[in-house]
Structure formats: structure tokens, C-alpha cells
Write a protein that binds this ligand. Structure first.
Ligand code: NAP
Length: 299
């Protein structure tokens, strides 16, 4: 039986582990298919994490992981399929059927990319449609691409791709962008970026690979790549029967990570909150670990 079992190994999970381990607790991180430290691994450059101006996201994630490993934190690569509350503990069922028991759980499973629900979206995934510009951008060197979305991810992706591609169309369904005005201003200065407002993707067509992006304005763009950055979906499948979710599907909890289930805490992007950033995920991790430590001490 572990004291603290952490689900997810992004900045929230890693920070929770570091705090719990330093309180001398027995900690295990369960992570689904390790591909880097959560979503941040997809960012080619991070300018808003104090002390690491301009660092590559994957690199910052590896630094956080090395920190956790240096403290002797254990990792288990497995998918959690269910969590059951017992009187004094939790049973965490893994895809293999194995069950792990823990006095407390800190859930930091994050969020996954929202998919574009239009004809061609599924057909051309990995054949011209990508959800990660920093991972796949280099494949589109000198080509024409489109970025879909109006948040910081879309703006960052468009900026990155403008350095690699011949032409970048940034397509947003509204006139106002959600993302930072400073990034938008940089994009407006780029000669190879065309910003198309008030337009929705209607269909993606091609011949084995993406060729044409049809917009609801009637415009048909000849492109070789589509980068979709239309937000995230909270990963709550394993816990949706255990905890309360808000109207957008995020787990309800305050900054202390305390949920309605005693001993079950939540941290990071999967928690209902205003600002989803690496620094707020890390802060959540510390707070949730503190709540778990207090819970164990008082038991
Ligand atoms: P987001 O902020 O939720 O933005 C999603 C965008 O996609 C919105 O502009 C939304 O349009 C649009 N959208 C949603 N569904 C759509 C659909 N079906 N078709 C077309 N457009 C659709 O998501 P995000 O950009 O992934 O960012 C997530 C969080 O991470 C945010 O808090 C963001 O600030 C943060 N982040 C920060 C940085 C950074 O600081 N450098 C980088 C990346 C992400 P509407 O505006 O009309 O709703």
C-alpha cells in the first residue's frame, strides 16, 4: 500500500510527487505511455516559466522528471481504468487487471486535444492533420499549411510554423482571439501569415493526403497540412463516477485540490480553474500534496 498514488506525470503530478516524497511519504506515479512531461513536451519554446526563459518544453519537462528521479520517486507505466474508495484507502485498477492500493490519490491526468468534427478529420489524421506543431512542423518545411483555433496554442503554433512553412493560414471561427495580444501582433507582422477570421472549417479533402481545406465562407485553400489547436478535453473517464465535474467536464475542487471524496485530490489542467499553465499546474501539485500530507497526518 502506498501513501500517495499520483495519476499522471505532467508538471502537476511531478510536483505533487516531489512534495509528498520530501514529506517522507511512500509515493508512486502511475503514468500512461510516457512521451514527455505532459502537454508541455509539445511546446517548442516556453517564455512564461520563471527562470527558464525561452526553454524548449520537452527539455523543461525532462528537468522536472530528473528532479523527481533524483529524489527516488517510483514510476509505473500503466493506464488506470477505475478507482474505488474503500473505508481507509483506494483501489486503483489498471488496464492489465492489476490493482494498486493507496491511502490517498492525487489525480493529475490533464486534458487531451479536442478533435475537429468535420468530414475528412479522422480520415486524414497523420496524413496531413496534426495536433502538435512542434512535433510535426518540420515535415511541412516550405509547404502551405493552416492552423485552426483562436487560443494561445493556435497562435503559438502559427508563429512556429511561420518560421518553417511557405505560407500559414490562421483560421478562427470568431473575430476576437482568446490568445495573447502580443503573439497575435507578431503574427500580424509576418508576411507569410494570413489571418482568416469568422470562418469555420467545413471539410478536409485530399487524395491519400490533405490537399484542400474548405471553409464555410466558400473559400477553398490549397494546403498540405492542417494543425488543429481548438482546445482540450479533460481526461476524467476513470473518475467521472467518483467525483463531481463542472459543466465543462473538469473536476470540481479548490486550489487545495480537495474534492468531495476524502483522500482523493486533484491537481493541474483537469481541475476546474481559470488559468491552465505549467506554473499553475505545478502550484496545484504542491497544494494537493500538502492536502494529502495533512489528510494522512490526521488519520
Ligand atoms: P483554448 O484557449 O480553449 O482555445 C481554443 C480555441 O479553439 C478557441 O479560440 C475556440 O474558439 C476554438 N475552438 C474550440 N472549438 C472549436 C471548434 N470546434 N472549431 C473551431 N474552433 C474551435 O485552448 P488552447 O489554445 O489549447 O489553450 C489551453 C490553455 O493553455 C489556455 O489556458 C491557454 O492560455 C494555455 N496555453 C498557454 C500557452 C502560453 O502561455 N504560451 C500556450 C498554449 C496554451 P472560441 O474562442 O470561439 O471559443
Amino acid at each position: 500500500m502506498t501513501d500517495v498514488l499520483i495519476i499522471g506525470s505532467g508538471p502537476a503530478g511531478m510536483t505533487a510527487a516531489i512534495y509528498a516524497k520530501r514529506a517522507n511519504l511512500n509515493v508512486l506515479i502511475v503514468e500512461k505511455e510516457y512521451e514527455g512531461t505532459g502537454q508541455m513536451a509539445e511546446s517548442s519554446r516556453i517564455d512564461n516559466y520563471p527562470g527558464f526563459y525561452g526553454i524548449n518544453g520537452y527539455e523543461l519537462g525532462e528537468k522536472i522528471r530528473e528532479h523527481a528521479e533524483a529524489l527516488g520517486i517510483k514510476f509505473l507505466e500503466a493506464e488506470v481504468t477505475g478507482i474505488q474508495k474503500r473505508e481507509e484507502s483506494f483501489d486503483i485498477t489498471l488496464e492489465s487487471g492489476e490493482v494498486q492500493s493507496s491511502k490517498t490519490v492525487i489525480y493529475t491526468a490533464g486534458a487531451a486535444h479536442r478533435k475537429l468534427a468535420v468530414p475528412g478529420s479522422e480520415k486524414f489524421e497523420n496524413r496531413g492533420i496534426s495536433y502538435c506543431a512542434s512535433c510535426d512542423g518540420a515535415f511541412y518545411h516550405g509547404k502551405d499549411v493552416a492552423v485552426i483555433g483562436g487560443g494561445n496554442s493556435a497562435l503559438d503554433d502559427a508563429l512556429l510554423l511561420s518560421e518553417i512553412c511557405n505560407k500559414v493560414y490562421l483560421i478562427h471561427r470568431r473575430a476576437e482571439f482568446r490568445g495573447d495580444a502580443s503573439t497575435l501582433a507578431k503574427l500580424e507582422q509576418k508576411e507569410n501569415v494570413e489571418i482568416i477570421r469568422n470562418a469555420k472549417v467545413q471539410e478536409i479533402t485530399g487524395n491519400g493526403k490533405v490537399k484542400i481545406l474548405l471553409l464555410d465562407t466558400g473559400t477553398a485553400l490549397n494546403i498540405q497540412g492542417v494543425f488543429v489547436a481548438i482546445g482540450m478535453i479533460p481526461q476524467t473517464e476513470a473518475v467521472k463516477k467518483l467525483v463531481a465535474l463542472d459543466e465543462s467536464g473538469y473536476i470540481k475542487a479548490g486550489e487545495d485540490g480537495v474534492t468531495l471524496v476524502p483522500g482523493f485530490f486533484v491537481a493541474g489542467d483537469v481541475r476546474t480553474k481559470e488559468l491552465r499553465q505549467i506554473i499553475t499546474a505545478a502550484a496545484d501539485g504542491a497544494n494537493a500534496a500538502n492536502s494529502a500530507i495533512q489528510y494522512i497526518i490526521r488519520k
